[in-house]
Structure formats: C-alpha cells, structure tokens
Design a protein. Structure first.
Length: 317
C-alpha cells in the first residue's frame, strides 16, 4: 500500500503535467472522507484536492488504490471518464494515466453537491440523471464487455477461493440469480457503453440543476437496461416510484423490459455484496467497513429474491 507522503508527491507531479499548472505553489490535501459504509464513497481511489495558493483555483485528483486491481479494469474506467468529459456529462479530465492509476479532473466543488436519496424524490432530477446516462449509451463500444451476471460469477469464484466471509444463504442467492440469468439469456439485446454503478453518490448536481456522473469504475458494454436497473435499485426503496421512473425513461410500460430492469438491480446488489466481501478479506485497509457494506447489499438482494414477485419477474422477461 503506497504511503500517504508518496501518494501526495505522485498527485503533485501529475497536477504539474496539466497545462498551466507547472510551477504553481500548491496545497495538496485529502478532498473528502473515505467511506465504505453506509456509502461507497472514495473507496476505489484516494480523493485529493490540489489548490493554487495564489489564485485559489483547484483540481480534483483520484489516485486509484492498489486494491482496485481486484475488481476494476482501470484502463477502461479511465477511458470512460475521458469520454464522459468529452461529452460534457462528467467532470473535465486533464490527465488520465492508467499506468499509475491517477486521474486529474476539474474540481466540481463550490456550487455542486453529491446526489442523495432525498434529491431523488424530485422526478425532474431523476429524469436528468437518466438522460445523462442515455447520452453515454450513444457512444462507440468500450474495451470491456462484462454484464452483471458475468461479474457475479467472477467475484463469487474469487471469494470462494480465498474463503471470504459470506452470508449463510449465499449459495441459494447464487442459484436464484443463475436461474434469472438463464431466463434473460434468451432475450436478444444490443449492448451499449454503460456507467454501470447506480450509487447516487456517483452523481454531482449543480445549484442550477446540472448533472454530472463520476466514478466510471464499473463502466463497460452491456444491456442499457442494466444501467437503469442499477440506478433504480439505489434511488428508490419502493417499487411504485421505481416503476414511475422506468415509464418516464422508456416512454411507456413494457412489462418484460421492466422485469428485466428490476432483475438487473437485484443482481447488482449481489455483485456489490461480493465485491465488499472480497475487499474485506483481501484489502490491507482494515479500518474500512467493507463487510458492513457487503452485508447490506447481500440483505437487500436476499429480501428481493424471497419476494413472490421475483419469480413472476423471471417468468415474464
């Protein structure tokens, strides 16, 4: 694990590579508190802020943790962040060095806030978030193609091999989601580039209502409804509001497509539970509550699969 001072110097050198920033007198400091629970915030890479002492201008820097190699394709994530920058749906990217795992971006600080569940009560804002995701879907393929079910199998194998702590019903959840995956495999879909992580803390909202997406670490080519499903399961804890958002997003109600979207959201809970369990077992950062986060995602998945409506969703995809 890289030391605090070494990472600070790494950040300083990458900021100096940004045009117009070489030779400036800088204050380099952590940008925010890292939380694995209750919100997965700043976990994938250490967040730094570089501030010019003279002008007060600042840049935001994400320095990927070595743990990221366990579950993130850093090169793909950085390409997605650069593409979002070019599209105007993510912070402007100045440096994207996948080899060192450092991403230097504009600092959307003053006048911007991180998304919260409370903000998702505003249908206009929800629609803006979904429209932003759709804009990303229109681009060319990313270098990584891995849907949620493929990732579930990958991470399940990883946690079993290392004997990670898992809930007692993990094999049952895996069997149920494999059953759902088999049902969805018969549905013909056209894959597109997706953000892949619906966590509302991956949304930045300006005072004027503008939306930017951040943290492209799960980006890849997949069913566009997978992107919507991962967002709906995070933004809404009640089905009627999720259904309303789906109808607005798709322009109507297609039961099969809606069921597919909801199944993707349930599968996303299992995937992130497995990621949390993997980091809990393998990461040297033992001060973070990785398994607490994993337990919540496992519990929500288990609750959804136990509902009779889950079987109905699988039957009607």
């Amino acid at each position: 694990m890289i030391s605090f001072d070494a990472q600070m110097e790494q950040v300083r050198s990458h900021v100096a590579a940004v045009p117009g920033w070489s030779g400036r007198s800088l204050v380099i400091e952590p940008a925010l508190s890292v939380l694995a629970s209750p919100s997965w915030r700043g976990v994938d890479g250490a967040p730094w802020r570089a501030t010019d002492k003279a002008s007060g201008e600042s840049l935001f820097v994400k320095a990927m943790d070595p743990d990221a190699a366990l579950y993130i394709d850093v090169a793909c994530a950085f390409e997605a962040a650069q593409r979002a920058s070019d599209l105007g749906i993510g912070p402007k990217v100045f440096v994207a060095d996948a080899a060192t795992g450092v991403l230097v971006m504009e600092d959307l600080n003053a006048g911007w806030r991180v998304g919260t569940l409370e903000r998702m009560l505003d249908p206009k804002l929800v629609d803006a978030v979904i429209a932003t995701r759709k804009k990303f879907h229109e681009g060319p393929p990313l270098p990584r193609s891995a849907g949620v079910f493929t990732e579930i199998e990958r991470f399940y194998q990883a946690v079993k091999e290392i004997g990670a702590q898992l809930p007692s019903d993990i094999d049952w959840m895996m069997a149920e989601l494999r059953f759902a995956a088999a049902a969805l495999a018969s549905v013909k879909v056209e894959t597109v580039p997706i953000h892949g992580d619906g966590n509302v803390s991956n949304i930045l909202i300006s005072d004027a209502g503008e939306v930017r997406l951040i943290d492209w670490d799960r980006a890849g080519n997949a069913d566009p409804l997978e992107d919507l499903g991962s967002f709906l399961v995070e933004a809404f804890d009640r089905e009627p509001e999720a259904r309303d958002a789906f109808i607005r997003a798709t322009g109507g109600f297609d039961e099969a497509a809606y069921n597919r979207t909801r199944i993707y959201g349930i599968a996303d809970d299992l995937r992130h539970g497995l990621i949390g369990a993997l980091l809990s077992a393998r990461s040297p950062r033992n001060t973070f509550e990785f398994y607490k986060f994993a337990s919540w995602r496992f519990l929500r998945c288990s609750m959804a699969v136990r509902e009779p409506r889950f079987g109905d969703m699988v039957r009607r995809v």
